[in-house]
Design a protein around this ligand. Structure first.
Ligand code: RP5
Length: 169
């Protein structure tokens, strides 16, 4: 039987510095992933072929990152019914506002779960993929909850420091 994994697609290798954190989040949860540079515009046939093949091999979630006229996530969503998460990359003269609209404004019936522009979105794409997989994976669900608790503890520690400073003003 095919082993489940997440496919992380990016339109160019120039997207990799932003998308590195996605790979780190997935790795942190022990989620198998593949990463690939493939473009909706520059290599459309290869993109189609990869998505079909990945789905057959057990890909459960596609994460698609692109900048400028960012159609990768939408193009992938058009050829699979697996969940597709779109990451608008903050590059070019419009710094991702173009990519955000190109990614999020999908026609009804072909959803792309679009996250924030740039690094926060790249990070959240990893967490969202983990949360989707966690619906059918109890151990992963526990890991996601623990990670959320760790993140809350960091904020609480920051507040404790602030309160200490205020008390000493
Ligand atoms: C998009 O165009 C890519 O996803 C990238 O964000 C942007 C620029 O690509 P390069 O010119 O750096 O290859 O398709």
């Amino acid at each position: 039987m095919s082993k489940p994994f997440v496919a992380v697609l990016m339109g160019s290798d120039s997207d990799l510095p932003t998308m590195q954190v996605t790979l780190e989040v997935l790795k942190g949860f022990g989620i198998r992933f593949e990463a690939k540079v493939t473009s909706a515009h520059r290599t459309p046939a290869a993109t189609h072929a990869y998505v079909h093949d990945a789905e057959e091999r057990g890909c459960k979630v596609f994460i698609c990152a692109a900048g400028l006229a960012a159609h990768l996530a939408g193009a992938v969503a058009g050829i699979t019914t697996r969940p597709v998460i779109g990451v608008p990359i903050d590059c070019g003269p419009l710094q991702g506002h173009d990519a955000l609209l190109s990614t999020v404004m999908m026609p009804g019936g072909v959803p792309v779960a679009t996250v924030a522009i740039g690094s926060a979105g790249a990070k959240n794409a990893g967490y969202l993929a983990a949360q989707i997989l966690a619906v059918a994976d109890d151990a992963l669900a526990v890991a996601v909850k623990e990670e959320r608790a760790r993140s809350a503890a960091v904020v609480e520690a920051k507040d404790a420091k602030l309160q200490e400073k205020l008390a000493n003003l």
